[in-house]
Design a protein. Structure first.
Length: 263
């Protein structure tokens, strides 16, 4: 309307701040503790913490106490929520913007041959990393070479992990936990740690592969009824699927640019 000022959506004002945008840029690559973000942005911790609180109040990031050191907090960017808000803003601006495609829609990924190699690590290699391995193999239609391992592998894959994956149409009943030492001398393009403890003991790998950390609760540690425990595994699968769908475009971009994979 002529003569009426239209205020920009709150999400744009929230992410347009230089410090908050920088923090989001780092968290788009990996989960980090506040001390690590302070080192990356080279700003006082109280200032970084203030802007992290602003982003959390805007429901763009979540926090989770580290399972390796309960004095530390890991911050994670909710990419799905950010995408949803971004698309909502675009739709408000002009209806033609509705054509943007979110990453949960099946696409044919243009991934390299020979394939990029990704290794998922957690502690016991019984749930999170096994699920992530199978999910990425399925989502990429086999065009990414995926492995998983643990720093202290258990005896067998958790039966509830097998169940929720089976319900999603993916069979991991024949998978076995493996020690990360089995892969110590192999080349990978990315190492993704899914456990805070595994991140602390993750060794170096040949070729300096990209390191990514996703701080996730171990569903195998959830106590309660069978239904409650099953729900924990289902939520883990959903979280992994969402994160993997945002990882695939990065793999594709590296292929198109003809360069080494970097997030």
């Amino acid at each position: 309307m002529q003569g009426t000022l239209v205020h920009p959506p709150a999400i744009l004002k929230l992410i347009a701040h230089e410090i908050r945008w920088t923090l989001l840029s780092h968290l788009a690559q990996s989960d980090y503790r506040v001390q690590e973000l302070v080192e990356k942005v080279q700003l006082p911790q109280n200032l970084v913490s203030y802007h992290l609180r602003q982003l959390r109040s805007g429901h763009l990031i979540t926090e989770r106490r580290s399972s390796a050191d309960e004095r530390s907090i890991y911050y994670s960017l909710d990419l799905a929520q950010l995408l949803s808000l971004y698309l909502s803003v675009a739709d408000d601006l002009h209806p033609a913007m509705r054509g943007l495609v979110p990453p949960d829609v099946a696409v044919a990924w243009d991934l390299p041959k020979p394939p990029l190699r990704v290794l998922f690590l957690c502690t016991e290699n019984r749930a999170r990393s096994q699920m992530a391995e199978a999910l990425l193999r399925d989502l990429s239609h086999g065009s990414v070479e995926v492995e998983s391992a643990g720093s202290a592998p258990g005896e067998r894959v958790h039966p509830l992990a097998i169940q929720v994956m089976q319900e999603a149409g993916i069979d991991i009943s024949h998978a076995n936990p493996k020690h990360l030492d089995r892969f110590r001398e192999q080349q990978f393009d990315a190492i993704v740690t899914l456990c805070d403890r595994a991140r602390e003991v993750c060794p170096t790998f040949p070729g300096d592969p990209e390191r990514i950390h996703w701080s996730m609760q171990d569903p195998a540690l959830v106590q309660g009824s069978e239904e409650f425990r099953l729900q924990a595994f289902q939520e883990t699968m959903e979280q992994l699927t969402a994160r993997l769908r945002f990882l695939l475009p990065l793999l594709e971009r590296a292929n198109k640019d003809g360069r080494r994979f970097r997030v």
